[in-house]
Design a protein around this ligand. Structure first.
Ligand SMILES: C[S@@+](CC[C@H](N)C(=O)[O-])C[C@H]1O[C@@H](n2cnc3c(N)ncnc32)[C@H](O)[C@@H]1O
Length: 178
């Protein structure tokens, strides 16, 4: 999807609740001053910019996405963050590079058969004790939901700490790298 169309549909179909959902998600990320953070499937950078506000000038936030148009939009609109072309299944970072990995509405775009590899990649690039925070669509009734999100995280080497609704169709799962 083109970035402008994505921004338009994300705004319209959230019925005015997009900002509230992402503000809440950013709070749940509990990013601290100076931390190194990765936003996987960052799209236009709507969450990325909120994470940067939390880590401050001493911290660093990188967004990755396989879509070049999305990244070009993010670079223009969120110049305080770094952006790189990559997919969740093959992250171009050394192991233990980040304190926190966040991802919103991106993992359901990874083909189901490749999701285990994506979750292993999220774990690999986190330092021991680092956190992952994922916002996804609720339940399997929606064709794009991630099947057994907590179970997939546990299988990849995380301990799930929290699984809570953000809004009617959205859930936020938090976990720690063990
Ligand atoms: C619904 S948008 C969400 C964008 C952003 N995270 C947000 O919440 O506004 C989904 C994004 O996932 C990206 N995406 C698709 N396949 C992906 C993959 N294999 N790994 C990471 N991101 C992917 C798309 O390019 C798109 O930018």
């Amino acid at each position: 999807m083109r970035p402008l169309l994505y921004e338009f549909t994300a705004t319209v179909f959230s019925f005015g609740r997009r900002k509230a959902a992402y503000d809440r998600l950013a709070e749940l990320c509990e990013a601290e001053t100076g931390e190194k953070v990765l936003d996987v499937g960052c799209g236009t950078g709507y969450l990325t910019r909120r994470l940067k506000a939390a880590v401050g000038p001493g911290g660093a936030v990188t967004g990755v996405d396989p879509s070049r148009p999305m990244l070009e939009y993010a670079v223009r609109h969120v110049p305080t963050c770094y952006f790189q072309e990559a997919s969740a299944q093959a992250l171009p970072f050394a192991e233990g590079s980040f304190d926190l990995v966040a991802s919103s509405l991106a993992i359901h775009h990874v083909p189901p058969g490749q999701q285990p590899e994506a979750f292993r990649e999220l774990r690999r690039v986190l330092r021991p004790g680092g956190r992952v925070v994922i916002m996804e669509l609720h339940g399997s009734s929606h064709g794009h939901a991630v099947d057994d999100l907590p179970g997939q995280l546990e299988a990849a080497g995380f301990t799930v700490t929290d699984d809570a609704p953000i809004q009617r169709r959205l859930r936020c799962v938090r976990a720690q790298a063990v």
